[in-house]
Design a protein around this ligand. Sequence first.
Ligand code: HBI
Ligand code: FE
Length: 295
Amino acid sequence: MQSQEAAKHGAAAGEAGRPERPDWTIDQHWEHYTAAEHAVWRTLFNRQTKLLPRRACDEFVQGMRALPIGAEKIPDFRRLNEVLSKRTRWQVVAVPGLVPDEIFFEHLANRRFPAGQFIRKPEQLDYLEEPDVFHDVFGHVPMLMNPVIADYIQAYGVGGLRAQKLGVLQHLARVYWYTVEFGLLLQPDGLRIYGSGIASSYTESVFALDDASPNRLRFELERVMRTRYRIDDFQETYFVLGTLEELLELARIDFAPIYERVRHQPDLEPGDVLAGDRVISRGTGAYHATRRAAH
Ligand code: HBI
Ligand code: FE
């Protein structure tokens, strides 16, 4: 787990080099995007927009509708911010890619969402680890229009700075991963996506909801803090909220005593199902079993 954070951190420093500004922000230079880059956006936007009705949660769809995000061009952050800042007092700022954890948390704690300025290459449509403008803007910004998510992600930034000092960042990072990035929501009409990592992925937005392989378990804070995750493949387990309001509670409570309990318990593997879990669907594990057999 520690190694995952180290890898992400290293990627930011190594590839992007020394940042010009201490907060790692750069100009989006919207005018500089090429026709080929806008075309990659259009391809990603169109196929995702076909998939998401009845898959994305209502809050995602509402956020998307209210924003100047369309098929034709990579969104201009200045125009996004006019709408977003009025709605939830959040802003999007451009960064070169992954930024160091403390820089990331400092932005979130101040309601600035760092979004990758670059867009993936046409040959990377389905897979990349570094967050680009499609993942960050299409995946995250619609959810930031929701007041609950807006407060929750800010609280994560504040909590991240604290968790770093306590040396328990891995536990908090798992909560972010299994909510903001890969969370599912049980709406009255069925399971929906609210996690941005799923919402921005063509293949995972089908896998997470429709495939028999992954486990779908009710979200439980301590359980999630102990659960390792994968950054290089689909998740083996998705954690499900009954309503987004459950996140409000998480934004309020003091995690310190929970970290204290969790740090004495063993980590759980991504595919584990425990006796105490509230199981929505127990996965077959077939997908990851096949992947492991191939190695
Ligand atoms: N930087 N740009 C960017 N985006 C992220 O999602 C991000 C990051 N740096 C660190 C990070 N995420 C995570 O490792 C922390 O949430 C723990
Ligand atoms: Fe993300």
